[in-house]
Design a protein around this ligand. Structure first.
Ligand code: URA
Length: 196
């Protein structure tokens, strides 16, 4: 089977998943966005919000629009360069942070997506994604922008934590050293690797 067939099979399984409570309140699973054949990086967010739950596509609400603006600024093409997914595939009620049990149940889809895509790099967008792979308790602000080596299903990947765009929605300054400026720095560092 090729990548698309493998992903379609996984998505079909995910669509009927009731392994945690989120299965009973979702409108849609939010499986992915982007082209699995051209993507060199997987960007992993937290969980779908309301707009994502209604459309079935990740990062289409306010945070997604801001993410798009930042990607455009540095020349990363969302549809071609990235495969975008979330740590959990169903919306937690009132956008609460997913529980450990929800993350654990959903990790089989997450790890399988990574295995099938086999990207050059992983981008952990926000603390929830970071903590699903990097077990040391460390704040995203302390580790963002650092290149890590992460093992998923016995394979090593280069990975980088970045801020979540929701955090940037609450922090407007573009001054040097502030979150928005740091986000640009991190995306430039990602761009360099993608274009190598
Ligand atoms: N926040 C996320 O982490 N993922 C989405 O898909 C939307 C908002």
């Amino acid at each position: 089977m090729n990548k698309e067939e493998l992903l379609n099979e996984l998505k079909t399984n995910c669509m009927s998943c009731q392994n945690c409570e989120l299965g009973s309140t979702r409108h849609n699973i939010v499986f992915s966005d982007g082209n699995p054949n051209t993507a060199k990086a997987i960007l992993i967010g937290e969980a779908p919000g309301e707009n994502e739950d209604l459309t079935g596509t990740p990062f289409v609400g306010r945070a997604g629009k801001l993410l798009n603006e930042f990607l455009e600024k540095v020349g990363i093409n969302r549809e071609k360069d990235l495969y975008i997914i979330n740590t959990v595939k169903c919306r937690p009620p009132k956008n609460r942070v997913p529980t450990n049990q929800e993350k654990e149940e959903c990790s089989k889809y997450l790890y399988k997506q990574i295995e099938i895509i086999n990207p050059k790099i992983l981008i952990f967008c926000g603390a929830t994604a970071l903590q699903s792979f990097y077990k040391d308790k460390i704040q995203i602000s302390k580790i963002r922008g650092q290149w890590l080596e992460i093992t998923v299903n016995s394979k090593q990947y280069k990975a980088i934590p970045i801020f979540h765009p929701s955090y940037l929605l609450r922090n407007h300054s573009m001054e040097e050293g502030k979150p928005r400026a740091l986000m640009l720095e991190d995306l430039k560092s990602i761009y360099k690797i993608l274009k190598k």
